[in-house]
Design a protein around this ligand. Sequence first.
Ligand code: FEO
Length: 175
Amino acid sequence: MISTTMATALNEQIALEAHASSLYLSMSSWCEQEGLVGCAQFMRRQSEEERAHMLRIFDYVNERNAHALTPSVHQPKHQFESVQKMFEEVYAHEKKVTASIMKLVEQCYKEPDHTTLLFLQWYVEEQREEEALMSTLMDKIKLIGTGGQALYYIDKEVEKINGLEIASEAAEVEK
Ligand code: FEO
């Protein structure tokens, strides 16, 4: 059993992960419209990852005899100024998710709730990886710059990073 405060906080995290999934799917669609196929695939995979993050917490809440609440679907934005600005937004969103996970960890120490603390360790590690990935991506985009062929090279670079992520996930499954 988890406390009511913890159940509320975890349900808020479920909603945050669901929003990330919806926003990233919208970004994927925008990239597709812009002819950025590599970026579209990258954001589609990120969207699916966020849904998996949401479901992992959802199942945990129900398993601990609390009530996991299905979040409402907020319409995400559909237009983005540029691919550079879009990835800046992803990076900012990931930092927001990390801050929210850290608040949950603090709540675990406060109660204390060692079981939820242990459950959240996976998210602490996942957020470290997500932020590192987005930081690398932002660095590459800055290096490519904004010249005439920039969008082509950004898309190719993101496609390459996406391929590495898929290979790394497959290796994790085989472990
Ligand atoms: Fe599940 Fe990328 O936050």
